[in-house]
Design a protein around this ligand. Structure first.
Ligand code: NI
Length: 257
């Protein structure tokens, strides 16, 4: 069985400091492809460096909504232009985060930079990796006005089944991770049940969102097995089938042969 880990942060210091053992554990668990996602200047550069070190790893570059306040135009364009690198497969993670950001002024800056990065991705015909937290209405509005031409993924999808329909209508894929395994996670389980398999991606978002029963420890790509197990149980399908279809979905989205 081969598993595609579509969203991880091996560029985070906690994982980067022991990257070889982290990768070994993932490979032993059947993870044969991964996308390392940047969230700011330094981590986007590091994602590209990692992708060039390991042939089965790919990179995404961009500025997460919490990291858009102090960037210069030069930094923004230097990072986005990395999309011409052969190992860079998406612009991300980009989007809106209203959970951490309550000030309207800051939210306006997030919107501005989200739109700018979306427009850039569309110009370059690149898929996007979207981060959305408690900002669904604005996020959907922006996506409808700047529809991702090369598609993309709503990573760590955290909404209801109603919002799921809106995101699917935009032609996007849905990334599911640790929360689907949480004991009291009613909505993520409903979403896992409702999402069409051909629109699903598996991801860990490590080092965050460690699946049950390892909550409280550092998350790693190896834990994607727990997410796969849970989704297989919810959908009543074999793990092998889900692994295969989500693997193909990721290869198609990220244009990996
Ligand atoms: Ni992430």
């Amino acid at each position: 069985m081969e598993i595609f880990e579509s969203h991880c942060h091996l560029n985070d210091d906690q994982l980067y400091s022991k990257i070889d053992e982290v990768i070994l554990r993932a490979k032993n668990a059947g993870v044969t492809k991964m996308v390392v996602v940047g969230w700011d200047y330094k981590t986007s550069l590091r994602a590209v460096e990692i992708a060039h070190t390991y042939d089965f790893i790919y990179a995404a570059v961009g500025f997460h909504p919490e990291n858009v306040y102090d960037i210069t135009k030069e930094e923004l364009h230097e990072i986005l232009n990395l999309c011409s690198d052969e190992k860079v497969v998406a612009i991300g993670e980009i989007g809106l985060d209203y959970y951490w950001t309550k000030e309207q002024e800051k939210r306006e800056i997030q919107k501005e930079l989200f739109i700018e990065q979306l427009k850039f991705a569309n110009e370059k015909n690149m898929p996007v990796i979207i981060h959305n937290r408690e900002a669904f209405e604005d996020c959907l509005k922006i996506l409808r006005e700047n529809r991702p031409v090369a598609s993309g993924t709503m990573h760590c999808f955290s909404g209801s089944v109603e919002y799921l329909k809106d995101v699917l209508d935009l032609g996007l894929l849905i990334g599911l991770d640790g929360p689907v395994t949480f004991k009291n996670a009613k909505t993520p389980k409903e979403v896992a049940d409702a999402v069409p398999l051909e629109r699903l991606l598996l991801e860990t978002d490590c080092p965050y969102l460690t699946p049950h029963p390892f909550r409280g420890t550092l998350n790693e790509p190896v834990n994607i097995r727990l997410i796969l197990d849970q989704i297989a149980e919810i959908k009543g399908l074999s793990k092998k089938h889900i692994a295969e279809v989500t693997y193909d979905n990721a290869c198609r989205l990220f244009r990996i042969k």
